[in-house]
Design a protein around this ligand. Structure first.
Ligand code: HEM
Length: 407
């Protein structure tokens, strides 16, 4: 089969575009309806992540297909000359309509994900930029738009298929067969189409959740909780020299969700800080964090994070970081503190810098730095949430604490 189109047949490239896009669209509807039936959780996250990746692939394919179509415009099959006027008008509306939806659907999905602060990743390989800032109301509008466009695509695709069948079985022209591989050879055509259908069905089956929900379940043993008192956290101390809180400072975290880095913050914490910089730094950090103040700019995800399978805020309302041992290094300082989170206490080294107070005394010292920890070390991820396929184990914590004198 020729690669390029001729006036009698679509070439191999046009056919590959056509049939790959048909398969991908089918996958989109199967994945979307599977996601709709799933409860909020890892399975739904994974199913929608695949839906998004295939959707972005469709957007790229639409651009390439349109480009190819345009480059072949002088020698492509034309509509049969004997079409009635209304049939010609319908075809001339449906074909551009299908192309327009091939662009509009992925774009509305991408916009919708951005508005929900779910950054889109293409199969975990390429992180796409967010198109709009998180916005709950806009998300709802875009969700409705996406659904409407999907229904419009279904309607146009149904008309398109019906027309192809009428051409083949009623008018008995070549409109359908010129888009099928091996145009003249009915047997070879049937075998190729059957193989394609079987391969497509197998591919769809692979895309559905199942593996995602159970992956990582080998980490079944839970970490024995250590009480905060065992580590000296919370032991009585004289008042700290400095304090900071969420009104003045920032305590953020970054984790990879469905292939894309996602930021969140804690809106409520209190830090008591004593710190003497130098070659042999000393002091004490005591930071208490209200877990319920977690904010990832999406109400649904915030709620999910507080459930028993993740932070279990009903049982563990506070997280606490206490450090009394420090060292200096090229990057500034390291605090060797104990983080108590969800009933587990472990050492988490914190790399930070110390900026002294301004000479005029107008601004106090600033501590800023980061730490990397594994959420599963603290049991943040029970049951299906243990899986690291869609939510990575590693979490980066970042903070900036302008210090104020203790009153
Ligand atoms: C041609 C490509 C696409 C098609 C045919 C398609 C189709 C659909 C359909 C039929 C639904 C279910 C709508 C409903 O009845 O509720 C859906 C939902 C969804 N789609 Fe797409 N989609 C496409 C591309 C995308 C892309 C590129 C993204 C994101 C990057 C995306 C994100 C979503 C999300 C997040 C939902 C679930 C919305 C919710 O219920 O929260 N879609 N899509």
């Amino acid at each position: 089969m020729a690669l390029s189109n001729s006036s009698a047949r679509w070439g191999a490239i046009a056919q590959v575009f056509h049939w790959v896009i048909v398969w991908a669209l089918l996958a989109q509807f199967v994945l979307a309806s599977a996601a709709e039936d799933l409860p909020a959780g890892v399975g739904k996250l994974g199913t929608l992540a695949r839906h998004k990746s295939i959707g972005i692939t469709l957007l790229v394919l639409a651009v390439l297909r349109l480009g190819w179509r345009w480059s072949q415009r002088s020698h492509s099959p034309a509509l049969p000359a004997d079409l009635k006027r209304y049939e010609r008008v319908l075809a001339q509306l449906i074909h551009p309509g299908l192309y327009a939806l091939l662009f509009a659907l992925p774009l509305s999905g991408w916009l919708m994900s951005s508005a929900k602060h779910y950054t889109v990743s293409w199969f975990g390989w390429v992180t796409l930029p967010d198109l709009v800032a998180p916005n709950e109301a806009l998300f709802e509008v875009l969700k409705g738009t996406h659904e409407l466009l999907a229904n419009a695509l279904l309607a146009l695709a149904a008309l398109h298929v019906a027309a192809a069948l009428v051409h083949h079985f009623v008018r008995k022209d070549t409109v359908l067969t010129r888009m099928l591989p091996f145009g003249g050879q009915a047997g070879a055509r049937a075998v190729v189409m059957l193989l394609a259908v079987l391969l497509g069905a197998w591919g769809l089956w692979q895309l559905l959740p199942g593996a995602a929900a159970t992956a990582g379940s080998e980490r079944a043993t839970s970490i024995a909780p250590v009480s905060a008192a065992d580590t000296g956290a919370g032991a009585g101390n004289s008042p700290a020299a400095w304090v900071s809180d969420a009104q003045h400072g920032a305590l953020e975290f970054e984790f990879v969700q469905a292939g894309a880095a996602t930021r969140g913050r804690f809106g409520q914490f209190a830090a008591d800080i004593d710190f003497t910089p130098g070659a042999a730094p000393s002091g004490r950090f005591d930071v208490r964090i209200a877990v319920s103040s977690i904010d990832t700019q999406d109400k649904e995800r915030n709620g999910q994070l507080l459930t028993a399978g993740l932070f279990d805020v009903a049982r563990f309302a506070e997280a606490r970081y206490v450090a009394t041992r420090f060292s200096a290094n090229a990057g500034g300082y390291i605090a060797y503190g104990q983080l108590s989170l969800r009933g587990v206490t472990r050492e988490v080294p914190l790399q930070f810098t110390y900026t002294p107070a301004s000479a005029d005394g107008k601004s106090g010292p600033v501590l800023a730095g980061s730490a990397t920890l594994k959420r599963l070390d603290f049991g943040v991820g029970e049951g299906e949430w243990k899986s690291t396929e869609w939510i990575a184990d590693e979490v980066r914590v970042l903070f900036s604490l302008p210090l104020m004198p203790h009153r």
